[in-house]
Design a protein around this ligand. Structure first.
Ligand SMILES: C[S@@+](CC[C@H](N)C(=O)[O-])C[C@H]1O[C@@H](n2cnc3c(N)ncnc32)[C@H](O)[C@@H]1O
Length: 279
């Protein structure tokens, strides 16, 4: 019998996966996601020919390479995103970057930006378009952009920079024209981000649960939007403390519009909803 329909995920097995996912990625699934985990891991069972979730779990735990754990996290993580999502943040980015770049006494050069939990790239591509557009009007503006995620699957997609036409719905027409080329891919019309724009982003795998972030330089703006919603409060608190450590004085942390740092202890100053600053 095919594993997809045959294998049942027991509550005990669910708890094992839930703990493993929480320990490794900080993602807090709660009690209610048994069917979601069953569905999302079903494909991994089929791919590896495992006959039960327990057998698959034992394999993941015994896999010293960590590769199957990476696949498991890829299958579990939610990666919803789009270009120009929560567009006000990009207005804020442009205003802030312009002020920093034109500060006569102490210009920030380059401005360092980090998209933490970048998913399939829509957020860093929106950042790079915003910054490139600003650079055309702002003398001396320089920036560096790092985009990271725990999921290798979405990072591969991000690096490809290929979008279905409906994904461009919120992109201003002038940007669409300047930054994308239309291509035919597998019989479908698609839009590809121009290579010189893509080349301005450094993509890397990074687990936000890592004890320390491996940066030599301080970061001026961190976008960590719609990522912390999957973490519990202690995990959020530890993460924001690590963000505060790597932020340059005066630098900002931007979070998603449905998120807030109200319920956690942190050292950042509130600027406006979803925007926090290191003083
Ligand atoms: C919903 S997407 C958000 C994408 C984008 N920031 C946005 O707002 O459109 C959440 C992303 O967080 C990533 N993520 C979840 N846990 C993570 C962790 N521990 N370390 C790094 N990335 C993580 C997921 O893989 C996913 O791509």
């Amino acid at each position: 019998m095919a594993t997809d329909t045959a294998a049942e995920l027991t509550r005990e097995e669910y708890d094992l996966f839930r703990d493993l996912i929480y320990q490794h990625a900080g993602i807090n699934l709660g009690d209610q996601k048994l069917q979601l985990v069953r569905a999302r891991l079903g494909a991994r069972l089929r791919a590896g020919g495992f006959s039960s979730y327990r057998e698959y779990y034992n394999f993941v735990k015994g896999d010293r390479s960590g590769q199957e754990l990476t696949q498991l996290i890829d299958a579990i993580s939610t990666n919803t995103t789009h270009l120009f999502r929560e567009a006000k943040h990009f207005d804020f980015l442009a205003e802030t970057a312009r002020a920093w770049a034109t500060d006569r006494r102490n210009p920030r050069r380059p401005i360092r930006i980090w998209s933490a939990g970048c998913s399939s790239g829509e957020e860093p591509y929106t950042i790079v378009m915003t910054m490139d557009d600003l650079a055309r009007r702002t003398k001396g503006l320089q920036f560096k952009l790092l985009a990271t995620d725990i999921s290798t699957r979405v990072l591969a997609k991000a690096q490809r920079g290929l979008f279905e036409p409906d994904k461009l719905a919120k992109v201003p027409p002038a940007f669409r024209k300047r930054y994308f080329v239309s291509v035919r891919q597998d019989g479908r019309d698609m839009f590809e981000i121009r290579p010189e724009i893509r080349g301005q982003i450094r993509f890397a795998r990074l687990n936000l649960m890592d004890e320390r972030f491996p940066f030599r330089n301080k970061i001026d703006i961190i976008f960590c939007r719609n990522v912390m919603i999957y973490f519990d409060r202690p995990t959020q608190e530890r993460l924001v403390a690590k963000f505060a450590q790597v932020l340059a004085p005066g630098g900002y942390l931007l979070i998603g519009h449905s998120e807030s740092l109200n319920n956690i202890k942190h050292s950042l100053a509130y600027v406006m909803p979803t925007v926090y600053q290191k003083k």
